[in-house]
Design a protein around this ligand. Sequence first.
Ligand code: DOR
Ligand code: ZN
Length: 439
Amino acid sequence: MTGILVHGGRLIDPASGLDERLDLLIVDGRIAQVGADLPLPPGTEHLAASGLIVAPGFIDLHTHLREPGQEHKETIASGARAAARGGFTTICAMPNTEPALDSAAVIDGMLQRARDVDCRVLAIGAVSIGRRGQELAELAALRDAGAVAVSDDGDAVADASLARRAFEYLSDLHIPLAEHCEDPAIAQGGVMHDGAVSARLGLRGQPAAAELSIVQRDIALAEAAGAQLHACHISTEPSLQAIADARARGLHVTAEVTPHHLFLTHDVVAGSGDDLLYDTNAKVNPPLRTESDVQACIDALVAGVVDAVATDHAPHAAVDKQCEFDAAAFGISGLESAWPVVNSLVESGRLTLSEAIERLTIGPVRAWNLDRGELSGLGTLRVGAPADVTLLSTDAVSRVEPDSWASMGKNTPLAGHTLSGVVAATISQGRIVWDGREQ
Ligand code: DOR
Ligand code: ZN
């Protein structure tokens, strides 16, 4: 028997409405007891949590690991270490690997390699073979291999007839199509948001309409098929309005926003300081948008129109970013800065602490119905649930220093920012995988 007593912290479990100073006993990878002044059983490790928040481990619906195929950018193990440091105990791996996660065999191989890493890794299957948008992958086989959703993320399922057939199959499989909402005919290779900043910098922009076009199309297709649309990384006000309307009509439409779209605008693409004309670390897809879009994302998150904060962790090698803006890769390494960014909304009074934790825990679980089978209890601190626990501080201050990150991807436009909110420790399936309390 192995055990940990998490002692003296403020337990916040949005799934059960709990917010109280209590102890938490973990035995053999499960939450065994929650209560006041629990005695320390013999042979049990004592984890001091006074002054800290004790929350369910975070769940990320949108993580790019680069294995198989691009292990120079991130491996499953390094991505899982980054997750642990960021307070995440479950991450859903996007299928744009090489090869893509488009068959049961590739998913199986990835999940095998993910077995003993520092967090739970779930798979997202590809919608189309090779993510090429031409032939449907065997969606039922992907689901049977463990895929919790399917997505061609990185690209939309641009062909409407393919998307229609995907939704039709998915209506029987009960997993969502996690769509990257970007109509390529409208985005036209834009490298940033189409607006005042792109005009000033002379960079090709992609307009908000590129996102809205696919959101509206997919709402119609999902409704017709009776399937679930999950709109990934929504970044603009009109798309959020369309999603709010669809949900108000009772459709099965869920959505996520990223920390960066809640915090940064397209202005940061212009870089800062004297010698920086562009910051390629701010190149991301969907692009950073306007201040009113940022506010709309926050409002939608507060209103519950958006179910989850998902990182879209997209690690890249330095050479992929140290180049001209047009040639740079899209993506922000996000796992290790997610909590301080979300906590900034708590600090500014936009979200309550419990709401912030909800959107990182039970919110994503409900969105994808993950509380089933061996994942029963995921996203909660219920007795019997998997012992996935995150210890957080809201007021400790730290600088974003990607050089000290576990992720191999150091690409973030937040480097050097000082933010409050620290992940003090992370327990994944009953094992302490990160302990930053002494650091
Ligand atoms: O910025 C992005 N990076 N957006 C995507 O859709 C894909 C991702 C990646 O895989 O690098
Ligand atoms: Zn992505």
